[in-house]
Design a protein around this ligand. Sequence first.
Ligand SMILES: C[S@@+](CC[C@H](N)C(=O)[O-])C[C@H]1O[C@@H](n2cnc3c(N)ncnc32)[C@H](O)[C@@H]1O
Length: 230
Amino acid sequence: MISTLKLDRIRKELKNGSPVFFSEKYGEYYKSTTGAEEEAIKKFVEPAMVAEKAKSGKISILDVCFGLGHNSAAAIDVAFNSNPNCEITIFGLEYDLGILSEIQEISLNFKSYGLIKELINRKDLQITKKYGQGLVDMKILVGDAMDTIRAVKLKFDVIFLDPFSPKKCPELWTEEFFNDIKALAKPGAILTTYSCARSVRDNLKKAGFEVKDGPCVSRRGPSTVAILTK
Ligand SMILES: C[S@@+](CC[C@H](N)C(=O)[O-])C[C@H]1O[C@@H](n2cnc3c(N)ncnc32)[C@H](O)[C@@H]1O
């Protein structure tokens, strides 16, 4: 691995050339080092049933902790593969402009990553654009997700929850934060996250989600899928 130090992030290259970032502040990687793209698809996008939901023609996604945008890019690819005419709305929550700026420096294996780069180039971090025969509407709210989530007025079909771990970033895994997410979730909405921690699942249940195992990808434990049934 080759490393480049930038503020509190270290950029590394995996053997296959994919970039990964390590946060010195949290002592954790931003995404799985065994395959960030695979993690986005298998742990976030597929169990959230993005392909199935896109078939209805419209899908809205809240991407909590947008980072380098793996989960959103994977969702756009999967949604348009499933329905080239779909309209997709994505709100990303992210407080670090530094990690957003890294998006210009890297390439990921997602067809839609060029669109994510265009979004980051816009001063207002907002883009509405025809995409194939469909439409993509994306916006990033910069600030602490615990505050910015309260400024969002839309309701979502899908929520990606991708903070650093519950141990290192406990504030984004609380019942209170999950209640704020629930307030923005449509009935039948699906939240996906990589963590299967008992405390996380208990807090999701207390906030009113039904919780089940997601897939196991590159580790023993499953991820978590939480559904808002009412
Ligand atoms: C595990 S990484 C997520 C990786 C990301 N989904 C991706 O595709 O690269 C966690 C992200 O959450 C952001 N973050 C951490 N605490 C936050 C907070 N309170 N509000 C908003 N963003 C936060 C970090 O800056 C980082 O980009």
